[in-house]
Ligand binder design. Structure first.
Ligand code: F6P
Length: 320
């Protein structure tokens, strides 16, 4: 392999820059020419491709967002778009492509590999919804943002003996809600993976208030319901519940990445380049029990991500 390219695609996540830095510097270390593609697959189709050097990725390891920017590209879902993309890469003499993104980005990489481009996927999303990796790049930072917000909400909720419904991101996955919920001592965690009954939740909340609790935090994953609907439903079940709603939104996708995300991104970025050099293609890079692993992209996109039920039960047990 003499020339490879890298792009970030889909929703951005903290640590994408650290991954870019690792991909670029690892490629250069191994004597490979490296190109950056601006704005994901859209940039590829627009020929927005430029050569990168060691300095192109200086001073970015600590920054959220992605210096290559990102986009969700409809045209790339079509066969015509995919062929055009492969053709453009070939015109540059680019044989390998590292794609940093989530599920949709992986599917694009899978299509390109069938058109003769060697591809590697890196899990860049705050949602932690990708199978065959314990963690995705950005998840740890997003969980930190949520925990920080809940700490603040707890202060004011305690003063007024109120309940706080906190809606968090995650798309169809409850991992952000679960991990932030356990870390912040939330009383209730609502996730799409576990059915819930708001009547029961309301009962438990009124009981807890009667037993001396001064606040009640309900973390709801966006895939499990809307914060506003949950709050009005709880009030319908019990007139004693005075709930305020906070939708954390995109602040969960910003800010400086944690050391965990930076190190995960650095390890995975280097691993992706080394794997391309070894002749691997159409693989997703992941980390399982601390070990770097490669899995067929097809398998990754067609396997549902596991939800940690034990952790969920633990969070509930500890929130009495
Ligand atoms: O996939 C990351 C994510 O932030 C999800 O948690 C959320 O559902 C979605 O992207 C939001 O998308 P957008 O940034 O396009 O509004």
């Amino acid at each position: 392999v003499k020339k490879i390219a890298v792009l970030t695609s889909g929703g951005d996540s903290q640590g994408m820059n650290a991954a870019l830095r690792a991909v670029v510097r690892s490629a250069l270390y191994h004597g490979i020419e490296i190109f950056g593609i601006q704005r994901g697959y859209q940039g590829l189709l627009n020929n927005d491709i430029f050569s990168m050097d060691l300095r192109s990725v200086g001073d970015i390891i600590q920054r959220g967002g992605t210096v290559l920017q990102s986009a969700r590209c409809k045209e790339f879902y079509t066969e015509e778009g995919q062929r055009k993309g492969a053709e453009i890469l070939r015109n540059y003499g680019i044989e390998g492509l590292v794609v940093i993104g989530g599920d949709g980005s992986y599917q694009g990489a899978n299509k390109l590999s069938k058109l003769g481009i060697n591809t590697m996927g890196l899990p860049g999303t705050i949602d932690n919804d990708i199978s065959f990796t314990d963690y995705t790049i950005g998840f740890d930072t997003a969980v930190g943002v949520v925990v920080d917000a809940i700490n603040k909400l707890r202060d004011t909720m305690s003063s007024h003996e109120r309940a706080s419904v906190v809606e968090v991101m995650g798309r169809h996955c409850g991992d952000i809600a679960l991990h932030a919920g356990l870390a912040s001592g939330a009383e209730t965690i609502l996730v799409p993976e576990v059915p819930y009954d708001l009547g029961e939740v309301a009962q438990r909340m009124t009981h807890n208030f009667a037993m001396g609790k001064r606040h009640s935090i309900i973390v709801v994953a966006e895939g499990a319901g809307k914060g506003d609907d949950i709050a009005s439903e709880l009030a319908r079940h019990s007139s004693q519940i005075d709930a305020r709603v906070t939708v954390l939104g995109h602040i969960q996708r910003g800010g400086t990445p944690t050391p965990f995300d930076r190190n995960l991104a650095s390890r995975l970025g280097d691993f992706a380049v080394r794997s391309l050099i070894r002749g691997e293609s159409d693989k997703a890079c992941g980390i399982i029990k601390g070990e770097l692993v490669l899995t067929d992209i097809d398998k990754v996109v067609n396997t549902k991500n596991k939800f940690d039920n034990e952790m969920y039960e633990l969070a509930l047990r500890l929130s009495q």
